[in-house]
Design a protein around this ligand. Sequence first.
Ligand SMILES: [Zn+2]
Length: 504
Amino acid sequence: MMGDAKRADSGSSDSGDDAVVGNVNKHLVYPPGYTGKPKKGHLIFDACFESGNLGRVDYITEHEYDLFVRPDTCNPRFRVWFYFTVENVKADQRVIFNVVNFSKTKSLYREGMSPVVKSTSRPKWQRIPSKTVYYYRCPDHRKNYVMSFAFCFDRADENEVYYFAYSYPYTYTRLQVHLDRIEKKQLNFFKRELLTLTVQQRRLDLLTITSPENFCEDEKRKVVFVTGRVHPGESPASHIVQGFIDFLISNHPIARVLRDNIVFKVVPMLNPDGVYLGNYRCSLMGFDLNRHWQDPSPWAHPTLHATKQYLMNLHSNPWLDIDFYVDIHAHSTLSNCFMYGNIYDDEDRFQRQAVFPRLMCNNAEDFSFANTAFNRDVVKAGTGRRFLGGILDESSYCYTLEVSFYNYFNGLSANPIPYTEETYTRIGRNLAKTFADYYKLSPQMVPKPTAAGAQFKEKEKTSLSKRKSNRVSATSSSSSNGNGNSRSSALSPVPKPKSRDYRF
Ligand SMILES: [Zn+2]
């Protein structure tokens, strides 16, 4: 992770992506030919911190900079996640940042997605308004898709540092701090174990949440196994996992009845090195771990290898039934929260796969059954969902839970609602509550959906068999958007900033 402390190399838009190695390190960007001392307004870019990603900055004018995403370590094909800081700004300095080397073309940026920002005096992440963000094919960059956004550095105080990211970050350290805090409470229904260490010696945590009597092997127990963050740039997955864990260890009556009846196993972060390094898709060694479930290697994919081995041991334990496996991801082209499931030749088993997503619909206004799809693509054979679907008992259910990097339609308002950290966390709670519905635990405790919500959900329920295809119906069409609302509404800006807010 060596940084480039040299002066900006300006003007050359032609050096390929291979030129981008390592993150910028307190990188001071001067105008070309400038020889004097650095001044306020000569921006300093930095990404040498946890989950940071910014590979290169080109000065275009005082008001415009080209930014290059640093490719995933050992895998130049993936360039999506970015997370960097800017400081040494001039008061009211207006800039345009162009992110010029994304590896994906289809993106929610087309629908109005925008990066998130925070600053020293405003530590809560928020989305930059859609109206200041442009996504277009740029002739200056080999016709690559470029995402440009305008921003005003409104405060020039010495300590004001501005942070920009692709989505709400959630670092490895944040997870460790959170788990440490829970551990200190010494809850008798929460156990934290080390499954293995990563290549860079980080922890692969395994959590068990269940009432203490369920730890003994005297009768059959049901197991729900949840994993997240195999793809390190999909930070919303961590917010969901945290919501799931926090709900399950809470005093909520549904949480208690869930703990009494089910053994929850959670691997919150399957790819800690990738998260730490600021990768989008891969591990330190450049592997997409979600394509290696069939034959993970203990040295090349140690976290996956350990998780799979642990799952296989559970599977062979006569006292335990793995009923559910849910792997949590974030989606870069679709709206809402939804699931992918498997297709089985046994029609009855296949039909039963739809039950849980339908129940989730009743609990979560942002969950879309319309986007939920079932497939058996060859390309997905190495995913956790597909692999485990092939070996677990026929009474088990394996899903990928996806959430949009951007927004959801709730069927009540015409405009989509951009996700926040809070609404991502809420998905985790709703996921947990849905297990109570599935197992019919204290159904009287579960809040009923509103009349309008129920009506809307009814509309969504189309025949499952229609969706039984070899292609993922939702991803094959760029115009599908969760609930069939019109696309144009996705372009409306986020709510107006408050008085202490940025001047966008
Ligand atoms: Zn993913």
